[in-house]
Structures are given as C-alpha cells and as structure tokens.
Design a protein around this ligand. Structure first.
Ligand code: ADP
Ligand code: MG
Length: 602
C-alpha cells in the first residue's frame, strides 16, 4: 500500500480510542465539561452499562448556538488559546478532543441553553455525521445524551466487560468526581435506579456519608493543611479502625482535578504504617493544592494523571499531613454498642466488628476528666492510688498546655490494673469503663518506641554473645543483610560476613538479650518479613519492629500485678499507645455506657 493520509473520520476514530476507552471515560469527559461550565448540579443517567445510554445534565453556562457545531470539531476548545501557557491550565479540559471523539463512536444529542438567553439549541451528530443545529426549548445548562457507544467499532465492543461491571466503573468515576468536587451536587442513576446523590454543600464529609455511609463519615479525621507551604493537603482520612481491603477508597484531587497517582496513594498508605495491619488500606479524600506552574496535566490523553515538578515535596507533604492527623486523633479501639454494631452494616466481619466504633468525644471526656477537680466520681481515688503519679501528671500536662485544637489527644486515660485473664490480657479499670490490654501488643509498642528512639540517637545498647553464632543464609537474605549492615549496627547487632553464604552473629540488641530471646530468630524473622516485599525505605522500621516483637512478652505468660502496672505506666508514656507497631489495637474499651445498657441499667 502506498503511503496516504487517513480520512478525517478514520483518523478521529483512531484518536478517539485514546480518550474514550470505555463508557466510564465518556462519563468522565462529559462531567468534566460540566464542571468547567461552572455547574453546581450534575445528573448522570446510564443504561446498559453506558453502552445503551449515557446522559449528563448540568446547569452550567451553556453553549452559544453559533458555537455548538464547532464544539464537536477536533481540537476545538474555549478553554485555552494560542498564547496560553500549557503550564497554567486551570480547567479540567483543554485538549478539545472529548466531544469529537465521543461523536465519532456514538450517537450524540446535545441540547443547550445559556442562562442569559431565551433561545436554546439542539445539535445531533451520529457516528460523525451531523445535521445543522436547530433551535430548541431547553432548561438553562447543557444536556448531552450519548447512545449506542462503540456500535461502529465492533473491535472495541468486544473488549467491554459486562454491563454490570461497566456500570460499576461508571459509579466509581462519578463517586470520585463527586468527592473531588464536594461543592457540586451529583446524582447518578443506573438502569432506572438512583445509585448516588451528594448534597453539594462543599463538605467532603457529606460526600463521604453519601458514598460510604454515615458511620464511615463519622470516623473520618480532618487533615490540617500546612498553610505556609506552596503545597498543601487537606481533606479527610479514616480512623485506622475502619480500613478497607483495597486502595479504591483512596481519592486524590489535585487543584480540583480527580487524578490517579500511585505515588501519592503510597504516601497516604505510608502514613498509616504502624496503624494498619498489612494489606489494609485507608479510606481517604485528599485534596492537594499546588502552584499551577508546578503541575503538568498534559501527560495523559484522558488527563487521569498529572506530573509534579517537585514530586518528592508533594509526597512528603501528603505523608506528613496525614501522619500528623493520625497521631493527633486516632481513637482508642472501642467495642461497639449492640445497636451500633447492627448499623455498621452487613459488610462487617466478626473480626473487624470489635473495632468498628470510634468515639473521640468520650475519649476527650476521659482525658479531660482526669485533669479536672470535677472529674467523674471515683476518678481522683483511682488516680491517687498510684504511688508515683507520673502518668497522671503526664496526662494533665498535655491537657493544659494543649489548646482546643488538641482536645482529642492521643493520650490514655489513667488505668488501674485489676488483673490478668488467660495469661494474655491485662484487665484494667479506667474512668469510663473497663479496658482489656493485649500484653504482647502493649509491650511491643513500648519496646518499639524505645528502640526507635535509641536507633535515632544512636544509643542502642548492644549485648555481646558469649558464643558467637553462625547463621547460614540464602543468597537473597545474605545480600539483604550485608546491604543493611549500618542499620543493624545502629540497632545493636554485630554481624560479620563469614564466607559468602553465612554470617557470624557476635552481639544482639540488649533488649532482645534481656527478653532471653534469640538474635538468630529475630534476624531470620526480619529477613523473611523483608522478603514479603516492603519498599526500601521501610527497612529500618521493619527491623525495629521485629526487634520489638521478638523482645516483647508473649501471650500465654503469667504477668504479676506489679509487672502489669509497670507495663501500663510505660504504655501511657508512649506516643502511640493504642496500636502495636503492626497496627493492631493494644487495647479494647468496654465503655461504662455500654455496660449499663447491656445490664439493663439504662
Ligand atoms: P475541551 O473540554 O478540552 O475544551 P471538549 O471537546 O470536551 O473539549 O469540549 C469542547 C468545547 O465545548 C469546550 O471547550 C466548551 O466550550 C464546550 N462545552 C462542552 N461541554 C460543555 C458543557 N457541558 N457546558 C458548556 N460548554 C461545553
Ligand atoms: Mg472536555
């Protein structure tokens, strides 16, 4: 075949493939157009997975009758001009490709009226062929109906999933856009059923409530953006008690644009390290604001990704902001009231059920109550029964110097040890009920913070072994270990290569030795854990939590009352007393109110 230039219609069908991959991409492009048109309400209707019908109705500024045909030409846009700076794009669209792309692979019926005009206009274009625009009565705004998507591209149709799963994708896109733009009211109807509706008041929490339910919305923690940085992250992240099994509940918007970013998603996940068990992911809506000249939105045909000039800065801003919010506000895991448990919904597995309910106001009462003279009855007696009183003073000190912004401090209420159960749980009484503390998890937390501090200021104590131990390693383990020699030394290990497959263990962290634990088991445990595939930056943290885990008292050991008291005192002094380094709870709270209710006293 001789070289020739493709016809306009074939060229645009090929180009359409980049922008319009599936029905959900049509929805995204149309909704973004509505957002660019300043709409405050956007209604989306789909039928047959979007292949039969996609309709987007907005109340935006409309399209002038004289321009509507032009809007469907390739590279026709009202959003940028010849002398625009491509590094300063504030609109969602700018490529002028969406409408012509859609119209080349579907029947598109557009009706529009500008609010200031009496006359509306209708424009129909079927698989690239159009009739001239005609006058039409219409509400202010624009309605675009797309029918028989991909009917002229059988190859593309073959790649469509079932209508049900295309509908799910559409649902996800609309949910994401609604969350990215809480100031706009969204509604989605799928095959005649209302699937989603957001109020549009500008509150992310309301959108979360509409998408994931009131329980989740109530357990979301606000981010406190750092106003001084050119980059800031605001929004909501979930309490560790309600994490999910996948990343789909992480929504990221950059300057109002819904984007996908593995990096930023990872920054958010990383902030949860130590709060969540592995393979658990947070629910989050994170709004990043960045200087426009710092982001390149023109790197992806569907504009799903953006590139940052200073990616590392964005990454650390997000991570630190989320981390700070968690440290400040993460609640004690509480046992749900029976009624609340039912309301938590069908999805809650027995394992998660206990951690469902998160209640900071009560925690706040507890924390404040322990300071004030008018705390709950009996509290002072409890506090007074501690001879050293250190924990009480700690608590009060925090409470007083902290302003209203930190009413939900991450401190524990004062706890009085009652005993131990099953050689595993310490039973304690607090001002607001009973606490069950997992002795291993609690001790692990205490030791983890200690070893982390020592590691940071290079003060880890090391205990030489009387008999150095040889440890035979797999090649992968050997490489891993020798690559992190410095970290190991800083933590108190002395390990020397011994041949090319073995190492000689000469000293172990004193903590391990005190616990009477084997340095070999800790090292192997560490290497196995690392092999599970953590990122490089995690190595030291992984090492420290392994040391803590291997040194901590185990479940199944009888703990004397004094020992239990000492442990609770140490836990109270921790920065994150409520979770072990792996993110499991250290304690469960049986609230006084729940006990009263359960015993029918109220
Ligand atoms: P882009 O969004 O990149 O400009 P599109 O093909 O999506 O390209 O749209 C072309 C033009 O049509 C837009 O620039 C805009 O002027 C107009 N337009 C499209 N949808 C709407 C709408 N819902 N309301 C008002 N104007 C619209
Ligand atoms: Mg567009």
């Amino acid at each position: 075949m001789a070289i020739h230039i493709l016809s306009e219609s074939l060229a645009s069908r090929i180009a359409a493939g980049e922008v319009i991959e599936r029905p959900a991409s049509v929805v995204k492009e149309l909704v973004e157009n509505s957002l660019d048109a300043g709409a405050s309400r956007i209604d989306v209707t789909v039928e047959g997975g979007g292949l039969r019908l996609i309709r987007v109705v907005d109340n935006g500024r409309g399209i002038p009758p004289g321009e509507i045909a032009l809007a469907f030409e390739r590279f026709a846009t009202s959003k940028i001009s010849e002398d625009s700076d491509l590094n300063d794009i504030r609109s969602m669209g700018f490529r002028g490709e969406a409408l012509p792309s859609i119209a080349s692979v579907a029947e598109v019926d557009t009706v529009s009226r500008q609010p200031e005009s009496d006359a509306g206009v209708r424009y129909e274009i079927r698989f690239g062929d159009s009739d001239p625009p005609s006058p039409a009565g219409a509400p202010a705004g624009t309605t675009v109906s797309v029918r028989h998507l991909f009917r002229n591209v059988p190859a593309r149709l073959k790649f469509m999933a079932s209508p049900a799963s295309e509908s799910t994708r559409i649902h996800e896109v609309v949910a994401g856009l609604a969350l990215a733009r809480p100031e706009v009211a969204f509604a989605l109807s799928v095959d005649g059923k209302d699937r989603l509706s957001t109020p549009g008041g500008g509150e992310p929490r309301d959108v979360i409530a509409a998408l994931y339910g009131a329980q989740v919305a109530a357990a979301m923690i606000p981010l406190a953006p750092d106003g001084d940085s050119p980059f800031s992250a605001s929004g909501l992240v979930c309490s560790p008690s309600i994490a999910r099994g996948n990343r789909r509940y992480i929504t990221i918007a950059v300057n109002g644009r819904l984007v996908q970013s593995r990096r930023i998603s990872f920054a958010i996940e990383q902030a949860y390290h130590g709060y969540l068990p592995e393979r658990h992911f947070p629910i989050a809506a994170v709004y990043i604001s960045a200087p426009f000249e710092d982001i390149d939105v023109n790197v992806h045909p569907a504009k799903a990704e953006v590139r940052f000039l200073r990616e590392q800065l964005v990454f650390s801003t997000v991570q630190q902001t989320v981390r700070a919010a968690l440290a400040e506000l993460a609640p004690v895991h509480r046992v749900a009231m029976p009624g609340q448990r039912a309301a938590a919904g069908a999805g809650s597995s027995g394992e998660r059920r206990l951690f469902e309910e998160a209640s900071w106001p009560n925690l706040e009462n507890v924390a404040n109550g322990s300071n004030g003279p008018d705390g709950p009855d009996g509290l002072n007696g409890v506090a007074g029964s501690y001879s050293n009183g250190v924990a009480v003073d700690d608590g009060s000190g925090h409470g007083e110097e902290a302003g209203p912004s930190s009413t939900h401090r991450n401190v524990l209420p004062v706890l009085r040890v009652i005993g131990q159960s099953q050689d595993t749980y310490i039973i304690a009484e607090g001002p607001d009920g009973i606490y069950l503390i997992d002795q291993h998890a609690a001790h692990e937390r205490v030791l983890y913070e200690r070893v982390t501090r020592q590691f940071a200021d290079r003060s880890a104590e090391s205990q030489p072994l009387l008999e150095p131990e040889t440890i035979d390693l797999s090649p992968a383990h050997f490489t891993e270990l020798t690559a992190h020699g410095e970290d190991l030394v800083a933590a108190g290990f002395t390990v020397e290569p011994f041949g090319d497959r073995s190492v000689l263990l000469r000293a172990v962290p004193a903590m391990l030795a005190t616990g009477g634990r084997s340095g070999r088991a800790a090292l192997i445990g560490l290497l196995d854990g690392v092999a599970e595939g953590r990122q490089g930056g995690w190595w030291a943290e992984r090492m420290l939590s392994t040391i803590a885990c291997h040194s901590a008292i185990r479940a199944g050991r009888t703990v004397a009352n004094d020992e239990a008291k000492a442990l609770i005192r140490q836990l109270e002094a921790c920065e994150q007393p409520r979770t072990c380094p792996h993110g499991r709870p250290t304690m469960i709270h049986l609230a006084a109110g729940m006990l009263e209710r359960e015993f029918g006293r109220r």
